[in-house]
Design a protein around this ligand. Structure first.
Ligand code: IPM
Ligand code: MG
Length: 358
């Protein structure tokens, strides 16, 4: 089969890690007889520099016609002074909305070889961690009306509106429940239903939806409690489903618990099979261009792309197995080396993992 992949390398370490993931994908193509065609498009700071806009219309158009999108990272200090509407991060929001990517999957798992890296005690981790955060990605306060205005007292005021429809809650709920069916059959829905109307609707809708999934257990947690339970008793969680903003915050917390953010992939899915895949980490401008970045999160994002968009689960398993072998053989990148000066660079890591796909 032939597949069209749009590449959005972006800024900072983005281009370096995407290059390694592309190497891996090409290797998968050779071994399993698929052809991947790549088209590189601009977004974020790179696009601002080249065109004046963070998300040129051509980028969105090319992403739409591709089978899937692979993104590195956007943003950096160079563009930090720009106003909100013009910042590189706005490109991410534009891609999510423009491509209908409402379901964001952020797995937080600990690789046994790296369990030392977690800031949590082994007694709390109980031998591992495997949580899937399902974050609603195209609604809620990030996409509500934002305004700064002068109020009746002449004070400058600002407001951001949080809004969710039943339909939006149901579709992200369905994603979470069907993921749980393939995992440990447990969904925790996180909200702030003791205060917010959007959360009360969220809770009521998830409760009703649960009846369609009798083999999945649903529980509810307030977001403040959830942020506490994630470090007190992370084993409680299998799938967490939550709104855009709560998911943004909790997924950062969960990634830190694994101790190796350089290892975590993510998928943003639309209806059907289309998806955009990217590492959870950002553009890390401090180490950009130094061959220091860990490309594994992007390589594992490629595994998610193979699994969720292209339905190539054998190939996805192979990529994940190659990463495990790499770690098992004792290879490390600087971020996970624990002071070991023998750490491999970005390119060498990509080469080793590619070679392990046979
Ligand atoms: C993320 C990021 C983005 C978000 C920013 C860069 C807009 O923090 O993907 O989690 O808030 O969604
Ligand atoms: Mg975030």
């Amino acid at each position: 089969m032939e597949y069209q992949i749009a590449l959005v390398p972006g800024d900072g370490i983005g281009p370096e890690v995407v290059a390694e993931a592309v190497k891996v994908l090409k290797r998968v193509g050779e071994v399993y007889g698929h052809t991947f065609r790549f088209e590189t498009v601009l977004a974020g700071g790179a696009a601002i520099d080249a065109t004046g806009e963070c998300l040129p219309t051509e980028t969105l158009a090319k992403c739409k016609t591709a089978d899937a999108v692979l993104l590195g990272a956007v943003g950096g200090p160079k563009w930090d002074e720009l106003p909100g509407e013009k910042r590189p991060e706005k490109a991410l929001l534009g891609l999510r909305k423009g491509l209908g990517l409402y379901a964001n999957l952020r797995p937080a798992m600990i690789f046994p070889e790296l369990s030392e890296a977690s800031p949590l005690k082994p007694s709390v981790l109980g031998g591992g961690l495997d949580i899937l955060i399902v974050r609603e990605l195209t609604g809620g306060i990030y996409f509500g009306k934002h305004e700064t205005f002068r109020n009746a007292d002449g004070q400058t005021s600002a407001r951001d509106v949080e809004e969710y429809s039943e339909k939006e809650i149901l579709r992200i709920g369905r994603t979470a429940f069907s993921m749980a069916e393939k995992r440990d059959h447990h969904v925790t829905s996180v909200d702030k239903a003791n205060v917010l109307d959007t959360s009360r609707l969220w809770r009521k809708t998830m409760t009703a939806l649960a009846e369609e999934y009798p083999d999945v257990t649903l529980d509810h947690m307030y977001v403040d409690n959830a942020s506490m339970q994630l470090i007190r008793d992370p084993k409680h969680f299998d799938v967490i489903v939550t709104s855009n903003m709560f998911g943004d915050i909790l997924s950062d917390e969960a990634s830190q618990i694994t101790g190796s953010i350089g290892m975590l992939p993510s998928a943003s899915l639309a209806d059907g099979n289309f998806g955009m895949y990217e590492p959870v980490h950002g553009s890390a401008p401090d180490i950009a261009g130094k061959n220091l970045a860990n490309p594994i999160a992007t390589i594992l994002s490629v595994a998610m792309l193979l699994r969720y968009t292209l339905n190539l689960s054998k190939e996805a398993d192979r990529v994940e197995a190659a990463v495990k072998e790499f770690l098992h053989e004792g290879y490390r990148t600087a971020d996970i080396a624990g002071g070991n000066t023998e750490a491999l660079g970005t390119v060498e890591t990509g080469d080793k993992i590619t070679a392990l796909i046979r």
